[in-house]
Design a protein around this ligand. Structure first.
Ligand SMILES: NC(=O)c1ccc[n+]([C@@H]2O[C@H](COP(=O)([O-])OP(=O)(O)OC[C@H]3O[C@@H](n4cnc5c(N)ncnc54)[C@H](O)[C@@H]3O)[C@@H](O)[C@H]2O)c1
Ligand SMILES: O=P(O)(O)OC[C@@H](O)[C@@H](O)[C@H](O)[C@H](O)CO
Length: 451
């Protein structure tokens, strides 16, 4: 029988000094990989918590936190076992969470809780209409150690637990796909603290929130992946992760309690993440959104299939040309990134589902596409490359997509119905009221959606 992956005497567990919220595939392919490849990896163990599900946490616990990372290139796989994850818990194990927050040597808390996990409203403030946010405020007012569900509340509860125990501060480092992610995390926790007890805001102000741009395409694991890992390694792993060879991490912020030597594994520490973040969110994630909506409408399922379609490549190239004009990086760096994206997207062995990327367009397009659209209109140009992404989303919404996942699902579906010119105006209004008051743009989106 195939033996199961287990931690043994040959894989000693490093001491936990890092805490992660959002135990999923990406964190294990990225932040945990950088930690395992840092020169001082032996000093940095990680305790990670899922949102609420048990399955992955239980599987990893059986394996002492070990898992196989499969780096999947177009011409073959490289596998390695990552040893720095030493505790895995379901997110609702609040007792374990507070215990980890109270570890005296804890230094950094990393986050991959998805864009939605920050609980922002459309104006960028803490969403006080969100019932989970309201429940968490009530719980923390009652008892600072009461179980809470949202990421901002889990951060605030942890900061309070540390402060009450007289322990030094830590850095909260966001690794989600949204601009200024550290600033956003800090703002949400600050606003939450203000709702629970205004005196708590001083504690949040003293906390370091760091921002980072993260990049490594990491799809969901399939049953075939489990079988191929067992066949290749001779060991049964209940929770392997498949990722691409490319990886990038650009970080900005203070780490008063220390951090792993992530630079020795290739991370970059910079003054400002913004230029890198824009390059990645606009060129990679913006193109992903375009390929997802336009590709699904043409019957494609995977990113690699969509980029084999000349019509979609033409649309992506026009989007890139337009977005690139507003990036503040040397042309050669942008050209290099575009070339590498073409190779990455075309990797036929990475099964990246367009349906996964298509979720949550109302949260994603404002970040990935609208900055370019606004800049183009302000420069007196049509913004056709960006408008085509909005038009693709509109057409996708009008196609009655099966099980559409979007935090503003009902509003998005309602906006997209009716005559195209009205639907174009309503859909733009849902994303940004000012853009909807631009009649030329509304007409352009309606025309592109009709094509
Ligand atoms: N997968 C990638 O290629 C990739 C690349 C770059 C960045 N990211 C970022 O990482 C995030 C997670 O991606 P993944 O591939 O690991 O997804 P995943 O589905 O494998 O894991 C997501 C984890 O986050 C938790 N989670 C979800 N919503 C939450 C919430 N509201 N509050 C707290 N925890 C929550 C889930 O329980 C799960 O543990 C993405 O949303 C994105 O921001 C992913
Ligand atoms: O759900 P999304 O679109 O935020 O994420 C899916 C992918 O587009 C995204 O995670 C990319 O793989 C990633 O951003 C690459 O670094």
């Amino acid at each position: 029988m195939t033996p199961q992956l287990r931690r043994g005497a040959d894989t000693p567990a490093p001491p936990v000094r890092l805490l992660h919220l959002g135990l999923g595939n990406f964190f294990r392919a990225h932040q945990a990989w950088y930690t395992a490849h840092a020169a001082d990896a032996a000093g940095w163990g990680i305790a990670a918590f899922s949102g609420s599900s048990r399955r992955l946490a239980d599987a990893l616990t059986e394996q002492g936190g070990l898992y196989t990372l499969v780096v999947r290139a177009a011409d073959g796989d490289h596998t390695e076992v990552i040893g720095n994850l030493v505790e895995a818990h379901p997110g609702d194990d609040h007792e374990a969470l507070l215990r980890c927050w109270r570890l005296p040597d804890l230094a950094v808390v990393t986050l991959t809780v998805t864009e939605k996990g920050y609980c922002r409203d459309s104006g960028g403030r803490l969403d006080l209409a969100n019932p989970d946010v309201r429940d968490d405020i009530a719980a923390l007012r009652r008892d600072s150690a009461a179980p809470v569900r949202t990421a901002p509340a889990r951060l605030l509860a942890g900061l309070l637990a540390r402060a009450e125990a007289g322990l030094p501060g830590v850095t909260v480092l966001s690794c989600d796909n949204l601009p200024d992610n550290g600033v956003v995390a800090g703002l949400m926790v600050q606003e939450l603290a203000g709702e629970v007890d205004p005196q708590l805001t001083a504690l949040v102000r003293r906390t370091a929130f760091a921002t980072s741009m993260v990049d490594r395409i990491t799809p969901a694991t399939t049953d075939d992946d489990l079988a191929s890992v067992a066949a290749t390694t001779g060991v049964r792993d209940l929770a392997p992760v498949v990722t691409e060879p490319f990886s990038e991490w650009v970080i900005s912020g203070d780490f008063p309690a220390g951090r792993p030597d992530w630079e020795s594994a290739g991370a970059r520490l910079v003054e400002s993440v913004e230029p890198f973040e824009r390059r990645k969110l606009w060129l990679l994630n913006g193109a992903h959104s375009l390929l997802a909506y336009a590709g699904l409408l043409k019957g494609h399922q995977l990113v690699s299939e969509a980029v084999a379609d000349p019509e979609l490549v033409e649309a992506m190239t026009r989007w890139w040309d337009e977005a690139a004009q507003h990036l503040e990086l040397p042309d050669v760096e942008i050209a290099h990134y575009r070339t590498s994206l073409q190779t990455r997207f075309a990797n036929p062995r990475i099964r990246h589902l367009l349906s996964q990327i298509a979720a949550d367009g109302s949260d994603k397009l404002p970040v990935r596409v609208l900055p370019t659209l606004r800049a183009e209109r302000a420069a007196g140009r049509s913004g056709e490359g960006a408008a085509r992404v909005v038009a693709a989303w509109l057409r996708y919404l009008r196609s009655d997509p099966p099980s559409l996942a979007d935090s503003r699902r009902d509003a998005a579906l309602a906006a997209s119905t009716g005559p195209l010119d009205e639907a174009a105006a309503s859909t733009l209004r849902l994303l940004d009221a000012e853009l909807a008051s631009d009649p030329e743009l509304v007409a352009l989106v309606a025309r592109l959606a009709a094509d």
